[in-house]
Design a protein around this ligand. Sequence first.
Ligand SMILES: [Zn+2]
Ligand SMILES: [Zn+2]
Length: 832
Amino acid sequence: MIISTGTASGKSLAYLTPAIASCLDGGTVLYLTPTKALAADQLRGLRELRITQVRAACFDGDTPFEERTWVRQHANYVLTNPDMLHRSILPRHAQWSSFFRRLRLVVVDECHGYRGVFGSHVAQILRRLRRACARYNAHPTFLLASATASEPGAFAMRLTGLEMDEVTVDASPKGSTTIALWEPPLTELRGEGGAPVRRTATAEAADLLADLVLADVRTLAFVRSRRGAETVALSARAKLADVAFSISPPFPTPSSTTSSPATSSAATPSSGPSSPSASPSRPSSGANPLDPITTTTPTNPITTPNPTPQTDPTNPTPQTDPTNPTPQADPTNPTSQADPRTADRPIDPATDKHQQFPLHPSEPPNGPLTAHGPLTWALPDDPSHAAELADLPNKIAAYRAGYLAEDRRLLEKALRAGTIMGLATTNALELGVDVSGLDAVLIAGWPGTRASLWQQAGRAGRDGQDALAVLIARDDPLDTYLVHHPQALFGQPVEAIVLDPGNPYVLGPHLCAAAAEIPLTEDDLPIFGTTTSKVLEDLVAQGLLRKRPAGWFWTRRERATDLADIRGGGGAPIQVVESSTGRLLGSVDEPSAHTTVHTGAIYLHQGETFLVEVLDLEAGVALVSSANPDYTTFARDITDISILSTERSHPLGPGTLHFGEVEVTRQVVSYLMRRLQSGEVLGDEPLELPPRTLRTRAVWWTLPASAVAPLAEAGIDLGGAAHAAEHASIGLLPLFATCDRWDIGGVSTELHADTGLLTVFVYDGHEGGAGFAERGYARATDWLTATREAIMSCECERGCPSCIQSPKCGNGNEPLDKRGAIRLLNTLLTPQ
Ligand SMILES: [Zn+2]
Ligand SMILES: [Zn+2]
């Protein structure tokens, strides 16, 4: 059974109930989650129930050796992750025999994370688990919990290999959420080829976070990296500090002559109905490190008709006091000028609150900011509010992965109590912090899938109240497309979760591991899928398995499980090591290493930022050091592709669409550095890395000469048009297949040697393929139509990173023809 419903809909209760019942009944339960943090939280929750018959324990890399024996022998509720199952539990199944014998229920929590290559590995690990259970005559029920996904039953069946029932109806009480789609403006900065650069999503997120906290709206901002989250928090705090200081001269107003606390607290607000951000003593936005652009007019904010973020009626700090005389606009006071930017904001109530926010200068510049200090905030007679205003910046914090459980509990408490009103975080928060009391969520950059969007947005809305969620677009074709096409988000099913357990590069290592666990027999083959026989033959030919009359055996000395790098993509992984401490941070599979941990790369690990000092391919090591650079890097490669076989084809407009196996030769040639806050291009550094070949699967389309000749005659650069269409289509594929644009690559050419035609390829960046290109083939018309729309809806003239430029283009984004790409896609999408 799979339960696929939204955040906070009660999934945990749905599996806890049968799980505890199984324990009470003398059975055992295996609980699987992608991360240790989540398992630790689950364990805490279980122990709080104080059911003595439930002997729950985590079994992960942190479990002390002496405890492991106890867990194996006595625990009846074991919480672990797929990695431990793969490396430790299954290879030593005999030691777990009493646990397996009584196994009634396997809970696979957060299973939407098992997608792509990682998901394919997990699918094979679950098949190995089923085989081990059968060995001990156990036939446990599999209960999967997932965020909302489209066709969850089909996904669950691919993941477990079992027939699945699905539960998708969410009847939990919820308020309505207003979703705002926010596109940062183009700036004066110029990127590659003179293209305009948009203001960054993090800079916009910082502004919005400060504004919302000022408006007493409890807000969570999701930012991709820890550094980004910290930047957002710091910048928002700086903005609130500006508000606190904006009372200072040199902008005296009639009330500013007062200097004694008593008078000041009784002073009439004078800044009038202006927003705090319009205050003239606020440093010009150019002075703010996050805010290099002085004119910032968000374009096209789209809101649903209910734009009211709720404030907490029980909150002791009302924004306005009905007894307070309504502030009058002072026409001579520059602060009463409407800030065009604030006026344009879609969050009307927040703006309203700003307008009622009575700030006024009343203390000399060096005056103390104490409880009896110079500020009046909402309730002039109550000096405690002055302190509260002075304390405003402290209401914003940043959260990162790796916090201890106690820290997380403290944070939860502070959020619930309102001592923290704004929190900037990476997705780390998804794992292990319970923040239910939020009014608004800011999402800096498309989180990758509609499912994640709804999951993050679902964090807002306490006690069934209404809430606000803002998606802030990054400078990227997919983000651009989405903020201009809300219909792609609303009323759409969330993505299907794509995985391909039959990928021979995934299946092979798991067949070896399975044979090492219990020799494989003919009867086992159906469990592992239709390609099993063929893959077994190859494994025998490679000398990895031995075929004997009784079946297939692992007879080698090394551990079979080492063959599968389940979090990577196969191949000998590159170890990522911190040079100063020798600490192993993780590993990256060899093909990805060229693009993610090349010398000079900025490498993100669990939200932490590292600089790669050197990538030594021969030693298989990337040495990194903790760093805090103000730029990020993008590896650029040049690619050749040849077609090995075509599996499927069908006509598409005047052309043809194909899906099949390809060989890709990729060489990373340089890396681009872009400033974090502004997106400005800082440089393109050459790299010397060997070319790599990759056998994978691709989707490609061709157009005959007769169809493209009229375009060439119209003066279109066909190469530039195909190249632009390729870039944008790579950017848009993640909308149809749950992948990252970094999981896929592309090649375009006016004339490809294998097809003899204008051809655009998009391929899976993982050995053997991961199902993404296959999904692109299945959804080609929608995908390419969206690609065309994305290019058309970008207001730039000749192409920019929001439409046709790609940060990983090995050709320096040359040539690109934006107008030509639209014409070319029009031609391709014209029904014949
Ligand atoms: Zn553009
Ligand atoms: Zn390119």
